[in-house]
Design a protein around this ligand. Structure first.
Ligand code: HGY
Ligand code: MN
Ligand code: MN
Length: 412
């Protein structure tokens, strides 16, 4: 590929698009709130699709609302693909997912500006509902894209607010028709913020991501007995509120004891009737367990299950569990990881190989194509928080590594 080695992205143009997208569902001091398939998600989609159309890209929308925009190459065949997601958690930042989608668009526009056409077609996409926070599991869109979840099952999923994916997706106009499973790309590379402290603490600019850790999401329903907070002796209580708090305390102790890569989170907790003077009748909580080692993750899951059995009998409550997501650890393609690492070095950036603590669409694309990821630092390791920030210089570094890597993969 002549000339592409001299190409660099226009990071100001990339930053301007990140800012414009962040204005949809804005959250002080600089984040966004665009839960999957909400009107705000729809508005974000419309903006990105407009940018894709303005570049003359061929756009497909599939049955779960994944949007793929393709620029033809000099030869036919499967594209080299990049992308990520633009849905956010309820209190999200402006870079999580959006950086990968808009940097992909920036790479294509940079090639167009230089009048360079790659041998293979190049595509950039955004996958639906990567966060899974409203409609579990996470990475739903890319999981359906690769044939890992039946489309009808995904469309029938009921969210935390009682709505259904099919209805919400249709209401924002993205119930598309392009085939599922989607076209398997020649290769897939995703740029993403690290969302953790490793790069910043190590003073490293680029992460060449080798793997994604295993993820286990469980919803736990606890049914106790509401009663008077003042008159009910402690020995007669079946307190769902206490039981929920006990689960949260247990998983923290479990993670501390297992140490290593084990992490554990009770992110959602609701009590009913949630009143100061009523012993909670029932509680719903979620548990997010992750580990790079699947055997250890299974051990954590088994220990939680045993704890719940004991808690049910000691507190006299009913406990039922529902798996919301379960993904084994994923290892990325060593050739792609090597390209990311070599390109970071060639561009003069420090680079380290590392696992991903967060789930990503790339872990699903790895099922159908050689896949890798590029990480850039998160300031203070903060993410899933409107305070999420990444320096402009690091955005530029990550996007240039992505550009080089995609062009190499798209060159016969
Ligand atoms: O949960 C995750 O790791 C991702 O943010 N969906
Ligand atoms: Mn993400
Ligand atoms: Mn996220």
């Amino acid at each position: 590929m002549t000339g592409a080695e001299q190409l660099f992205v226009d990071v100001e143009r990339l930053a301007a698009r990140l800012d414009a997208l962040a204005e949809i569902g804005p959250l002080e001091p600089g984040g966004s709130s665009r839960l999957a398939f909400t009107e705000l998600d729809g508005a974000g989609r419309d903006l990105v699709v407009t940018w894709m159309r303005d570049l003359g890209l061929e756009i497909t929308i599939d049955g779960i609302g994944n949007v793929i925009a393709t620029r033809q190459g000099r030869t036919e065949g499967p594209p080299v693909m990049t992308g990520s997601h633009i849905d956010t958690v309820r209190t999200g930042g402006r870079f999580d997912g959006c950086l990968g989608v808009l940097a992909g668009l920036e790479v294509i526009e940079t090639l167009m500006d230089a009048d360079i056409t790659t041998d293979r077609p190049m595509a950039v996409g955004f996958f639906s509902n990567e966060e899974g926070a409203r409609f579990p599991p996470d990475m739903m869109g890319s999981l359906v894209y690769v044939g890992g979840m039946p489309l009808e099952e995904a469309l029938d999923t009921v969210g935390i607010d009682g709505t259904k994916v099919r209805d919400e997706l249709d209401s924002i106009g993205y119930l598309g028709s392009s085939p599922i499973p989607g076209l398997s790309p020649h290769a897939f590379v995703e740029l993403h913020i690290e969302q953790g402290p490793v790069l910043e603490e190590g003073g490293v600019t680029i992460g060449a991501v080798e793997s994604v850790q295993g993820i286990s999401w469980t919803e736990i329903e606890i049914v106790g007995q509401s009663n008077h907070a003042g008159t009910t002796p402690m020995r007669l209580r079946h307190d769902a509120g206490y039981a929920a708090a006990a689960v949260s305390t247990f998983i923290r102790g479990l993670a501390d004891e297992m140490s290593g890569d084990q992490v554990a989170t009770c992110g959602a907790m609701t009590l009913h009737p949630n009143l100061v003077n009523v012993i909670a009748a029932n509680a719903t909580i979620t548990v997010d367990l992750r580990n790079t080692d699947d055997e250890l993750l299974q051990e954590a899951e088994a220990r939680l299950a045993r704890f719940l059995e004991k808690l049910a009998s000691s507190e006299g409550v009913d406990v039922t569990t529902r798996t919301l997501a379960r993904f084994e650890p994923v290892v990325f393609d060593q050739t792609v990881v090597g390209l990311v690492e070599a390109n970071a070095r060639a561009l003069g950036h420090s680079v380290v190989r590392m696992p991903s603590g967060a789930g990503h669409d790339a872990q699903m694309m790895a099922r159908v194509a050689p896949t890798g990821m590029v990480f850039v630092p998160s300031i203070d390791g903060i993410s899933h928080n409107p305070e999420e920030r990444t320096d402009l210089a690091d955005l530029r570094a990550g996007a240039n590594v992505l550009l080089r890597t995609l062009v190499q993969l798209a060159t016969n």
